[in-house]
Design a protein around this ligand. Structure first.
Ligand code: 6R9
Length: 690
């Protein structure tokens, strides 16, 4: 009976070779073997799902690979296009050996994503449906917006932006916490064809300045302050410092539009620069609540989002309009089995890609009711999430493994005192979810009733790449399972050769998909070298993975110099450059170590300037420097004093050895004979706990 859904499966042809084999017989064998712990969706769930069985998935998947143009055109046609795209639905070159990397979808199609999120849903009769339930930091502080009201708010801001001279293609920088004004600002930009660049409001003034200098926005949108948990963060002060720094770098910001977030701080105590600063509440309500659209090409830019890479300079990932729209909407619908009656909550902040694609665009394009939560998930107590779930009858709950692990430690009673019976689908994103956290999430939070969509994707991919379809797949705790429609993942070895069957290697993708990023802002060459040169012919994700005998994919984490702390990407080089900017730090090498709650923690080896003694105050001051330069979330968990670092004779730091020392796997140090001075290893080990 357990094999109910596992019908016939075959090997399929594809655009560029074979697709991974999904073999029914092997899956059958796996079911029989104890160690795989397959979790089968209930018959009730599967029967009502958009995709009910592996066979149904395969049929759609086959079409998406054999006929991507037809497949994606069908989904694109569900949206409003002022003019349809041209003859060529997509064009792509992912092979650096054949010339410049180039991806285009629906070129020539004229549309507007804000129109499709709002006006189109209102035209379809959903104007009175709740678009956003806003839940403030303090329980009991909340607000709602219907689709109609949301459109009015978006239009007022869009009219203001136009009025102050923001035009199609101009960058607008948004530095806001999770207020309704954040998605409103994003949509207002989209409405007039401006390119939003949201910076997570946990970044420091220096990180913010770096981004302002890179994208040169006409205007910065922020608020006076925000209350997160029991802490108050004065965002306007951070923006003031960032703009001052930008001005020193010949980048002026003419306008700083500041929302008065009264729940956090009184207006009078906010510092003000006359002529530059404007209170949102003083100007925006005066504008008309209807606003003409700027129709844009499918390939016109929608937004920039900075993300960490393996060098110190953040990368401005650029997404365009049409493909991103079609892709976020379609992935949202299928991966969460979304139905119009659902209430959806994604705990991510709009400062990250998850908040772009799956708080804002994907859900609103589907006409969904979305929760926007300003606060911290453990404030005032660790039951807050489930209180919110019960309050709004949340049916789809999407979060990160780090939150699951931290709540797990607080005890089950914080969960079980709430009903949670509205929940139907759970989701996970940001890092691999370890099987024990998966099981707690599934068994306790979801009462063993709700499938978990463990969605693997990246800022660069725009939307889900590898994800379960709840209702279709028997799940294995900790595996992201199979590719979404149209995605052809391949596992390659270090020479870039595709490996078949059960294996481990580097995760690449071999053809484009509508939601793919098109370039790094202002640096197409870096785009090509970072993502398309390591393994020519493929997009390289930077992640390692295993594929098991049943074809399930298991992500194993980054293989480059990026650390994933609580689902936030942090480049080791960024932290190192912050550390060495400290006057008493001569050199630094940063590695990731396993961390019980955060997934990975930041472990920094630090060499001090000659003659400077190591002290606890200095340690604190080094950590403070990183907090100040990047943000609190990037603060090292451990500073390890290193009189010398293990280097090769050519001067390269051997991070492999540092990783072993950091994780105390001293019997796995490997060959250290190639080091210029093997003695430093002993010395480092002896200083580990000092
Ligand atoms: C969406 C997002 C991307 C990196 C990615 C990978 C890790 C994300 C994951 C996952 C395992 C998952 N990652 N989701 N690893 N399973 N379900 O997080 O984007 O911030 O760009 O990070 O996060 O390492 O390469 P982004």
């Amino acid at each position: 009976d357990k094999l109910r859904h596992v019908d016939s499966m075959t090997t399929l042809p594809s655009r560029a070779g074979k697709i991974p084999k999904l073999n029914a017989l092997i899956l059958g064998e796996a079911l029989a073997s104890e160690e795989d712990h397959l979790i089968i969706p209930s018959q009730d769930f599967s029967e009502q799902a958009h995709v009910s069985s592996p066979a149904e998935y395969l049929e759609m998947y086959r079409r998406s690979i054999e006929d991507p143009a037809g497949f994606w055109s069908d989904f694109a046609s569900q949206f409003y296009w002022k003019e349809k795209w041209g003859q060529t639905v997509y064009s792509e070159n992912l092979d650096i050996r054949k010339g410049s990397i180039n991806i285009e979808w629906f070129k020539g199609g004229i549309t507007n994503i804000c129109y499709n999120c709002l006006d189109a849903n209102i035209a379809a009769g959903h104007g009175e449906k709740i678009a956003i339930y806003w839940e403030g930091n303090e329980p009991g502080v909340d607000a709602t917006l219907t689709y109609k009201q949301l459109l009015q708010r978006v239009c007022q801001l869009a009219n203001y932006l136009r009025d102050v001279g923001v035009k199609k293609g101009d960058a607008v920088l948004i530095y806001l916490p999770m207020l309704m004004e954040l998605p409103i600002a994003m949509l207002a930009c989209a409405r007039i064809g401006a390119v939003h660049s949201v910076v997570f409001a946990g970044f420091s003034s220096e990180s913010l300045a770096q981004r302002i200098i890179d994208c040169k926005p006409k205007i910065v949108i922020t608020c006076n302050a925000v209350q997160r948990g029991s802490k108050t963060i004065y965002l306007k002060d951070i923006v003031d410092a960032a703009i001052a720094e930008s001005v020193r770098n010949e980048t002026a910001v003419d306008i700083c539009l500041t929302y008065e977030n009264v729940s956090a701080l009184k207006k009078e105590s906010t510092k003000w620069v006359e002529g530059r600063d404007t209170w949102w509440q003083d100007v925006i309500p005066k504008y008309s609540d209807t606003c003409d659209l700027e129709w844009v090409d499918a390939e016109d830019p929608l937004f920039l989002l900075y993300t960490s890479g393996s060098t110190g300079k953040p990368k401005g990932v650029l997404h365009t309009t049409g493909g991103y729209m079609v892709y976020t909407a379609t992935t949202f619908k299928f991966a969460f089995d979304y139905k119009p009656s659902d209430v959806y909550w994604c705990t991510a902040d709009c400062g990250w890609i998850t908040g772009h694609s799956y708080v804002t665009y994907g859900p609103l394009l589907n006409g969904a009711t979305v929760i926007v939560f300003e606060g911290a998930p453990n404030y005032p107590d660790p039951g807050r999430c489930w209180e919110i779930v019960d309050k709004y009858k949340v049916s789809i709950f999407y979060t990160a493994p780090t939150l699951v692990r931290s709540l797990m430690r607080e005890g089950n009673e914080h969960v079980t005192r709430y009903s949670r019976k509205s929940l139907r689908v759970l989701g996970s994103v940001g890092e691999p979810i370890n099987p024990s956290a998966w099981r707690w999430f599934f068994n306790l939070v979801g009462d063993s009733r709700c499938p978990i969509s463990d969605t693997w994707w990246q800022t660069e991919t725009g939307g889900f790449m590898i994800t379960p379809l709840p209702g279709a797949w028997p799940q294995k705790p900790g595996s992201a399972t199979f590719p979404f429609f149209g995605i052809q993942p391949v596992v390659v070895d270090e020479k870039g050769k595709e490996i078949e069957g059960e294996c481990s290697g580097y995760l690449c993708v071999k053809s484009s998909w509508p939601g793919a990023f098109r370039t790094l802002y202002g640096d197409h060459e870096r785009y090509e070298t970072t993502y398309f040169s390591a393994f020519p012919g493929y997009y390289f994700s930077g992640d390692g993975c295993n594929r098991d005998k049943d074809g399930y994919i298991w992500l194993t984490g980054r293989v480059d110099d990026v650390i994933n702390v609580s689902g936030h990407r942090i480049g080791t080089a960024e932290v190192e450059s912050a550390l060495v900017s400290h006057p008493q730090c001569a050199e630094a090498a940063v590695v990731g170590v396993e961390h019980e709650v955060k997934g990975q923690g930041i472990y920094a080896f630090v060499t001090l300037v000659e003659g400077v003694p190591y002290s606890d105050d200095l340690r604190k001051s080094l950590i403070m420097t990183v907090r100040k330069q990047i943000g609190a979330f990037a603060a090292p968990d451990k500073i390890h004093w290193a009189p010398g670092l293990p280097k090769t004779r050519s001067g390269k730091i051997m991070r492999r050895i540092l990783r072993k020392i950091a994780s105390k796997q001293l019997d796995e140090l490997g060959d250290i004979s190639t080091l210029a001075d093997p003695g430093v290893v002993e010395e480092l080990i002896s200083l580990a706990d000092s």
